[in-house]
Design a protein. Sequence first.
Length: 749
Amino acid sequence: MKKLSIISLGILASLQFIKAQVISSKRWADLFSYNNVFAMKEDNGKIIAATENGIFYYTIATGEITKLSKANGLHNTGITAFDYNPQTKIGLIGYDNGSMDIITPQEIKYIVDIPIATGYNGNKKINHISITGDQAVISVGYGLSIFNLKKKEFGDSTFFLSGGVYQASNEATIFGNKVYSVTNTGLKSHEMNTTFPVYSTWTTEIPGAFKHVDSESELVFSTATAAFIYNNGTPIQLPTSFGNIRDVVITPSNIIVTDNRVYTYGVNGVSQNSISLGEECNTAITASGKILGGTVLSGIKDESNNTYKPSGPYMNIAYNINLFDNNQLLVSTGARANNYNEPAINPKKPGFYYFNGTEWIYPSYFVNNPKSINILDATINPYDHNEIFFTNYTMFDNGVYRMKYNTTSKDFDFVKYYNLGAQPYYRRPVGFATDPQNNLFVSFGFNDGNPSIGIYDKASDDFIIKKYVIASDGVQKPVFYENMLWTPLPRSANFWVYDYKNPTNLSDDSDYILSESNGLSGGGILSVAFDKSGDAWIGTDGGLRVMSNAASEIKTAHPKLEPIVIEQNGLGEELFRESAVLQIAVDGGDNKWVSIDGGGVYYLSSDGQKTIRHFTKENSPLPTNSITDIKIDKKTGKVYFVTYNGIVTYQSDVTDVTSNFGDVLVYPNPVVYSNFKGKVTIKGLAEKTNIRIVDAAGNVVHSAVARGGYYEWDLNNQKGTRVASGIYFVLMTNEDGSDKATAKIGVVN
């Protein structure tokens, strides 16, 4: 039986992958897809497989799978090239931005200074990596470079510039004392000598448009439709006509060509075998006498149709996530372009992914579906928890769909389509909301130029349409709060609040509109969240606004919204002024998580005056600085960050905080200075906690008031100097003194 374990320091050591960087920690985890395997290497019965956002390690004998990503060691996402040397235990990963990770038995080192050709403005992604001994040849869009793995530095580079045009090295390899590169104009070579950097001194061995090359005891290369063995300048063609070669690999004993089938040959070119793995493959190798394919959608696949990969969603693209009981997740993959106007349909049309609490399920409904698919939201049917509603935001096939989970097949069966009275281009649904009475609502735009709400009527099994007359085609997902639907309008400076009262009777409804006259800023309203005080935090494409006591304030004659003003260098400054606030989430301690388009995620104190954390793709495992959705599991404190490049989670210290103490925990404890130089965290606190820290003699060394369910002590005393070694007692009371807690901290300097 296959065993799965998330990679840890101990496992890393056994894989010869020991991290030496700081952007990841045990708090982070990834929900990346590991389906799309594009490169593989064997090392003594273990397969190392490279995918878009990470690599994984599969042990054939035991079935154990471990994974390595930006959440636990790597420095980037968007992997485009990979190679590994089983003799030296060194791997090299190339990324789409031109950077690299070199993985040695001692560290993972980030390489960002790849040589770039002067005047080159094209794609910087690394096309291919090939390791030979302690040297690696790196292929890029403007030529290639030699990288010394032992010194961890670049050597010579050749920029393929001819007639003022740069030519890409599609792939390259070191064979003998020469580097061979396949390009769109030929197989080119050069000895590794002093004239290597001069492109005019390179030799075109064989003209033609070549895609792949590899070397071992022989040199093999290919076009899209033919594969060859290099024989002292004469190509020997393998005896097969191919349709579209995806990869060519040579080992000491055979040649493997991946097309729509996987073909194996002896190193002399004699055909050995040909098999189909039943789906599209990027690459293949042989191990333990069997063919293993690196598939596009199923990870590693063997000849017996068994698949091996870490658990994860179908693909990495994600837009929205919804959390449900029993650890269930629904991930939507849609997108909109041109100021939330046109559907930005992914050509792969991934639909939605479902995690049932133990495994990821992908509906076969979306596989090769001819319909336009662009799902912005999916939710569990409040009347039947085995059913899923999803919104399809397209110009054609737009509407709400209902599907039922089949526990036998572990798939979804189509149930019904609701077109909301749609015509092509109009009535495009966006997002769902539910209330405590299990009423289901859906927002949709382009209803004759108006934002609208559909109210599901279980009796008729259809949606009742509520339309508000205001000039705004676009609409966001509504948020239910205090028996009203709060709906941002991203294509206007307006915010719609709908008091539906009796959901089956539209005649008693009330509508409220917030606009610039109420204090909104920016040309579009993007997001909204409510905190424990009942304040509405509203994100626009021009900043952040707060409406205090929102449920009451919205019903006044002139409801007002205010910015958050913070002090910057002694001056008042509006928080997030002229920034697009994509998402806002409130955790159990009333702290705010705010996603800024291009600016990462800010973790703010409950009043917004203090930035507790600021996560970006540069200092954390976030795949990008534009986070499209944030959701928080308040039972566990886990925060989900959703991006078009994948999902990562962060384990915060804050669960659902109340006026009383929870399970108080101090960590690290004891604090040994030689091992840890940060702050000590005390979590499980009340909403407001009075803290006194005393030494063994009862002297107060530190006091504070903590809000939000946790506190961080820097181990300094009242004078600002570090306390001495010893045992310290933490004495805590809640706001009214009705609940108390204590803890001990050991300090070793």
